[in-house]
Design a protein. Structure first.
Lengths: 329, 326
C-alpha cells in the first residue's frame, strides 16, 4: 500500500523502514521541519516519496492509502480525523491521544469512516514480554498475584523538547509507562483502580519519575515505575509473582551490550528505541500484524479500544497524582 | 563483660543474635527464657547456656541486658517486665503492632531509666551505610523520590497468624525501609496509601503483599513493596532495594546483592551465597556498647515507634481505601 508518514523524527524513520520491509511504498513524508521531511523522502526516492510541510496535506493526498502518525501526542486526534475523513487507514504511535475523550472521538471517526486504526503498543510484540505472558498462562508462577514493571532512562527530547512538556506529552506516564499499563491489561485483565505519585522537576535537568499502583478487577496488584530521571541509558524490568513461582526479566542482563560515545550520525541519542537481538524486531512484528489486518487477514493484537483503555488508565494515574487519592475506573 | 539474656526464640532472629552474643568478646549469653519450654531448652543446649522456665526468676539472674525475639504481640509484656528489672533492652521489630503499645513501651523504659533499641540491620549494612554517606555528603542534592522493595520468603508459623503477628507482609516488611528512609533523610513520614491483601499464598490468614505510596516531610514521594513473594525455590531469602531519584542523579541500591551464584547438582535449586557483612554482629556489638555507655542503641525505641506508625497507617489506608495521615 501507499504510505504517508506524518512526523519524520526517530519513530517516523523507523516506521517508514518497517513499512517498506513489509512491502509498502513510502509516497509522502511530512514534517514541520522541512529538512527532516526532505531527508526521509530522499531515503525513499525510489518509492516516489515527496517531502511535505503539512501533515494535513498527506491525510488528504489521493494516492496515500495509509497514514502513519508519529507527531507530538496532542496532534494525533486531528490527523486521525482528517485521515479517516479521507478514507485512509491509520497507524498511530502510542499514546493514541492526550485525553481519553480525544481518543474516543478519534476511534469513532475511524469507525464512522470504516477505516482501520492501529496503535503502536509495541510491547505486546516484545519477545520477553510475550514469553512472560506465555509462562504465566502455562502456570509457571502458579496463580499470579503481583506484577511489577519498570521502564525508562534518560528523558527524551523530541522536536522543540515536546516530550519534556507534560501538558503536551503527558510525561513519563503517558509516553513511557503507557506501554506497561497496556501490557498489564493485555496479560492480566482490566484495572479496577489506580494510585500514582509523580515527580516533575526542571532543574538542573528535566526529571520525570512516576510510580503507579494498580488494583486489577481480578484482585491482583500491579506496580509500574516509569523513569525519565536517569542521566543516561534505558532499562526495562518485569516481575510476576504468584502462588508457585516468580518470573523476572531485566534488560540489563542482555546478549549484546554496546557502549557508544556517539550515535552513527555523531550526535547524542535523544530518543532511545530499545533493540532486541532477534530475527524479527518487535517493531517489524507489529508492522506485519498491521499489514495482515490491512490485507483482511484476521484481527490485530492491538485494537483501537485497547489503546483508549491504556490512555484511560494513564489519565487516571495523573489524576491520582494530582489529587493524592486513588482513582477508580 | 555484659551479661545478656534472650527472651523467646519464637522469631528466627533469636538464633542469629545468640550466635552474635557468643562471638562477641565483650558479652556472654548468661541465660535464656521462653514460654515454649521445649524450644527454650533446645536453644539453651544449642548455645551452651542455662534455660530458666520462670520469667521472674530469669530476670533475677544478674543480667545487664535482654534481647527479646518473641511473637510481635508479646513484646510489650516482656519489655515491661525487663524494664521493671532495670535491664537494657533490644526488642525485635516491629516494636509492637500498634502505635499506642509501642509508645507505652518507650515511656516505660524511659521511666525505668533503661535503654531500648530496635535491631534494624539496615543501619549496619555497609552498602546502606555507604549510601547514607553519599546522601550526607550533599553530592546528590535534593531527594525527590525513592522506590523501595523489601521482598522475602514466607517465614511461616506465627507470622501468618494475625493474633500473634498483628499483620502480614505489610507488618513484617515495611518498618526496615521506613526506618532506613527516616535515617537517610532526617524527615518523618506524613502520609501513606496502601493496596494489600492475601494475593500470593492461597489461604494465608493475613496479607502477603503490600504495595504502598508514602510522603515524607518536604514532599518526598516514596513507593514501597513489602512482600512474601519469594517462592520456596527462589535462590535467596529476599531483598532490600532502593532507587533514590535526586537532583543530581539516581542511586540504585540492592543492599544484599553481594553474592556468588551457586549451581550444584546436590542442591535442589540454584542458590546465592552471600559474601556481604553480617549486620547482626553490628547490632549486637552496638547493644553491648550501649549498656556500657548507658545510652540507647543506634536505632532507639522512638525510631521503633515512628516506623510502626507507618505500618499502622498502611493498614488503616488498606481498610479505608484512602491515603491517610501518619
Amino acid at each position: 500500500m501507499n504510505i504517508g508518514i506524518i512526523g519524520c523524527g526517530v519513530m517516523g524513520e523507523l516506521h517508514a523502514q518497517l513499512a517498506a520491509e513489509c512491502g509498502h511504498r513510502i509516497v509522502a513524508c511530512a514534517d514541520t521541519s522541512r529538512s527532516k521531511a526532505k531527508q526521509l523522502a530522499k531515503t525513499y526516492k525510489d518509492h516516489g516519496a515527496e517531502a511535505v510541510k503539512d501533515g494535513m496535506n498527506v491525510a488528504g493526498q489521493p494516492e496515500v492509502e495509509v497514514v502513519v502518525i508519529n507527531t507530538p501526542t496532542p496532534t494525533h486526534g486531528e490527523f486521525i480525523k482528517a485521515a479517516a475523513e479521507n478514507g485512509k487507514h491509520i497507524f498511530c504511535e502510542k499514546p493514541l491521544g492526550r485525553t481519553a475523550a480525544e481518543c474516543e472521538e478519534a476511534v469513532q471517526a475511524a469507525k464512522n469512516a470504516g477505516v482501520k486504526l492501529f496503535v503502536g503498543h509495541v510491547v505486546r510484540y516484545f519477545h520477553e514480554f510475550e514469553t512472560i505472558k506465555g509462562l504465566v498462562e502455562a502456570g509457571k508462577a502458579g496463580e499470579p498475584g503481583f506484577v511489577k514493571t519498570y521502564r525508562g532512562g534518560m528523558a527524551p527530547q523530541g522536536e522543540g523538547g515536546w516530550f519534556r512538556d507534560v501538558a503536551q506529552s503527558g510525561g513519563v506516564v503517558f509516553d513511557c509507562s503507557i506501554h506497561d499499563l497496556d501490557w498489564i491489561r493485555y496479560a492480566f485483565g482490566e484495572v479496577e483502580r489506580v494510585f500514582c505519585q509523580t515527580v516533575h522537576e526542571t532543574k538542573p535537568d528535566v526529571i520525570d519519575y512516576a510510580m503507579v499502583t494498580l488494583r486489577l478487577k481480578n484482585g491482583m496488584i500491579g506496580q509500574v515505575i516509569g523513569t525519565w530521571a536517569h542521566p543516561s541509558g534505558f532499562r526495562v524490568k518485569a516481575e510476576v509473582c504468584g502462588s508457585r513461582g516468580v518470573l523476572q526479566f531485566d534488560s540489563a542482563q542482555t546478549a549484546v551490550e554496546t557502549h557508544m560515545r556517539k550515535t552513527a550520525r555523531g550526535d547524542d541519542p535523544s530518543v532511545i528505541v530499545p533493540g532486541s537481538p532477534v530475527d524479527k524486531s518487535p517493531y517489524l512484528l507489529e508492522w506485519e500484524d498491521f499489514t495482515k489486518w490491512l490485507n483482511g487477514e484476521g484481527e490485530p493484537r492491538v485494537t483501537p479500544e485497547d489503546a483508549v483503555s491504556a490512555v484511560r488508565i494513564a489519565e487516571a494515574a495523573l489524576k491520582s497524582a494530582e489529587t493524592g487519592a486513588p482513582v477508580t475506573l | 563483660m555484659a551479661k545478656i539474656g534472650i527472651m523467646s526464640f519464637a522469631h528466627l532472629h533469636g538464633d542469629a543474635y545468640a550466635s552474635c552474643v557468643l562471638a562477641n568478646p565483650d558479652a556472654e549469653l548468661t541465660a535464656v527464657w521462653d514460654d515454649d519450654v521445649q524450644r527454650g531448652q533446645d536453644a539453651a543446649q544449642r548455645y551452651g547456656t542455662t534455660f530458666i522456665e520462670d520469667m521472674d526468676e530469669f530476670l533475677k539472674q544478674g543480667l545487664d541486658g535482654v534481647i527479646i525475639t518473641s511473637e510481635n504481640m508479646k513484646h510489650r509484656h516482656m519489655v515491661e517486665k525487663a524494664a521493671e528489672a532495670g535491664l537494657w533492652i533490644l526488642c525485635e521489630k516491629p516494636l509492637a503492632p500498634g502505635v499506642e503499645d509501642a509508645q507505652a513501651m518507650v515511656d516505660t523504659c524511659k521511666k525505668a531509666g533503661v535503654g531500648l533499641g530496635i535491631p534494624y540491620p539496615c543501619r549496619h549494612v555497609p552498602a546502606l551505610k555507604e549510601v547514607k554517606g553519599q546522601i550526607d555528603s550533599g553530592a546528590l542534592g535534593k531527594i525527590f523520590a525513592v522506590a523501595c522493595t523489601n521482598n522475602g520468603q514466607y517465614p511461616g508459623g506465627w507470622f501468618g497468624d494475625e493474633a500473634l503477628s498483628g499483620g502480614g507482609a505489610t507488618m513484617d516488611h515495611t518498618v526496615h525501609v521506613a526506618d532506613l528512609l527516616r535515617w537517610y533523610t532526617g524527615k518523618e513520614f506524613t502520609k501513606v496509601y496502601c493496596e494489600n491483601g492475601n494475593v500470593l499464598r492461597p489461604g494465608l490468614g493475613t496479607d502477603d503483599l503490600g504495595v504502598m505510596h508514602m510522603e515524607m516531610e518536604g514532599g518526598i514521594a516514596i513507593s514501597h513493596i513489602a512482600s512474601w513473594s519469594r517462592c520456596d525455590s527462589f535462590p535467596t531469602w529476599g531483598d532490600v532495594t532502593l532507587e533514590i531519584v535526586a537532583e543530581n542523579g539516581v542511586i540504585e541500591v540492592d543492599a544484599f546483592n553481594q553474592k556468588v551464584d551457586v549451581y550444584n547438582d546436590d542442591d535442589v535449586k540454584a542458590q546465592w551465597v552471600g559474601w556481604g557483612m553480617d549486620p547482626n554482629g553490628g547490632i549486637v556489638a552496638d547493644f553491648v556498647a550501649s549498656i556500657a555507655e548507658k545510652r540507647d542503641p543506634i536505632a532507639t525505641g522512638i525510631d521503633g515507634v515512628k516506623s510502626v506508625a507507618v505500618t499502622v497507617a498502611a493498614y488503616e489506608s488498606a481498610r479505608s481505601g484512602q491515603m491517610v495521615d501518619v
